[in-house]
Design a binder for this molecule. Sequence first.
Ligand code: ADE
Length: 225
Amino acid sequence: MRIDIITIFPEMIEGFFNTSILKRAQNKGLAEIHLHNLRDWTLDKHRRVDDYPFGGSAGMVMQIEPIDRCISALKEEREYDDVIFLTPDGETLTQPLVNTLSLKNNLIMLCGHFKGIDYRIREHLITKEISIGDYVLTGGELAAAVLADSVVRIIPGVISDEQSALSDSFQDNLLAPPVYTRPAEYKGWKVPDILLSGHEAKIRDWELQQAFERTKQLRPDLLEK
Ligand code: ADE
């Protein structure tokens, strides 16, 4: 999978993509993540990417031209499955949406700033609008990082134990069961006996029951789905 992220602050998320599992995914050739500085696509000598809004309201709006030029150049190189705009008024990101996107080959993610982007970009160039939650960030960069992280980590082979991605919270609409590691007892705090029993089938049953109980208690809305 290839992800192209268009942003005015590539340095904000560069380190994120060069760390840990996302870095490994790229080193293994399972994912390619390219950051594009939008200012490289402006024809303006001051590298401006925004202008005053028509109608006289407050704030600045990101202009069409640099965004169109950048997206067009990318599209000349390959076909894209989706051009995603990260925005608080988009479709809320959920695990099923992440699963769907992880099957794609090429994605563009556009990060907005200021008061927003010229609406014609959304009408003519964007194919999907995604929000990472009902709160407003200073820009789309962290949202693009969240989206790319969630999508790349479930590509087969990225996490060494594939089972571990499939048993995440939200796959199957259940929260994950509690997990423990050595020591089996610390300051008198004990690991549940069942996990030390060596009885594989009973352990799986216990985990499922725990997942169900935790979901019922913490996120009953998931059980209604
Ligand atoms: N940009 C600003 N806030 C955002 C959010 N909640 N989701 C996606 N993009 C955003």
